[in-house]
Write a protein that binds this ligand. Structure first.
Ligand SMILES: C[S@@+](CC[C@H](N)C(=O)[O-])C[C@H]1O[C@@H](n2cnc3c(N)ncnc32)[C@H](O)[C@@H]1O
Length: 282
């Protein structure tokens, strides 16, 4: 007779799983996350025909497909919450205080590279492309926004650029009309010219050299990613970002994130609307 899969993890199984997930993604799972982890991973235990979380643990560590499965487990455990025009005050500051400086900084080359690091399903990088378009100051410029994420599933949604109404909960009616077209199935799609400005790639931010294929960036948004990491993983992520940033490039974090105790590589710039970070010019 086949045993029913055990629904819970022992403390030891959770500790081993946490180590694996932390090593692969940077995510630091606290003990109170055990119940969520069980709920999200139990379907994988069942789909693989394993008897319990102990067997799943061994599969992750020793099976030839364990690495692939660990990527999937990280995908299921990481938060991917995002929406268009998130944190509007910060975006306003970006448009009013950083964009004019970017125009000045790059007027010679008329080229701009932005990176949404940990972009999830793409709302953030498309938002950035929309904001730049609305300023009307980059016509004839070579502007590219790169979105990267660890999860292949969210990236495939991002590339499709089709969204349910909830993703536009912070988007004004004017912006809906300007930047989106209606598609069958009650969804909307980002309009083609903006889609062409945004590209996506799979990238693990805790592997600093993984970012070396990206171009050097002028602006990096890395919002709502560091909060889930411990200090060591934060340092690795910031080192990934720093090595792809031009002198004078800007870094914007989420409103509850900071580089305090993480690094002294960046200058702190207090703008009227936000505190941001910048790579030195020398
Ligand atoms: C909460 S979402 C934030 C999305 C967007 N930046 C925003 O603020 O709306 C965090 C994203 O970071 C991604 N992420 C987490 N760890 C990562 C890593 N080590 N490398 C790359 N992306 C990672 C997750 O997959 C997730 O999609």
């Amino acid at each position: 007779m086949i045993d029913e899969p055990r629904l819970t993890m022992t403390a030891e199984q959770f500790r081993l799983l946490s180590d694996l997930v932390h090593g692969a993604s940077g995510l630091a799972m606290r003990e109170d996350f055990k119940f969520v982890a069980e709920r999200r991973l139990l379907p994988r235990v069942e789909a693989l025909g394993l008897s319990d979380f102990g067997a799943y643990q061994r599969y992750l560590r020793f099976d030839a497909r364990g690495r692939e499965e660990l990527e999937l487990a990280c995908e299921l455990l990481l938060p991917h919450e995002t929406y268009f025009f998130r944190e509007p005050n910060q975006l306003e500051c970006f448009v009013n205080e950083i964009v004019p400086r970017l125009v000045e900084q790059h007027r010679g080359r008329r080229r701009l590279r932005l990176w949404s690091a940990g972009c999830s399903t793409g709302e953030e990088p498309y938002t950035l492309a929309m904001l730049l378009e609305e300023t009307g100051r980059f016509e004839g410029w070579d502007v590219q926004v790169h979105g990267t994420d660890l999860s292949r599933r969210v990236l495939s949604t991002a590339r499709k650029a089709e969204y349910a109404p909830s993703a536009l909960r912070s988007t004004s009616p004017e912006r809906k009309l300007r930047h989106f077209e209606v598609v069958p199935g009650g969804k909307v799609r980002v309009k083609a010219p903006l889609r062409a400005q945004v590209s996506f790639s799979h990238l693990n931010l805790i592997v600093p050299e993984a970012a070396d294929l990206l171009p050097f960036m002028d602006v990096v948004f890395c919002r709502n990613v560091l909060i889930y990491f411990d200090l060591e993983a934060r340092r690795r992520v910031i080192s990934s970002l720093y090595r792809r940033m031009q002198p004078g490039a800007w870094l914007l974090l989420g409103h509850s994130e900071s580089l305090l105790t993480v690094t002294t590589d960046f200058e702190i710039v207090q703008l009227d609307g936000d505190l941001v970070y910048r790579v030195g010019q020398s």
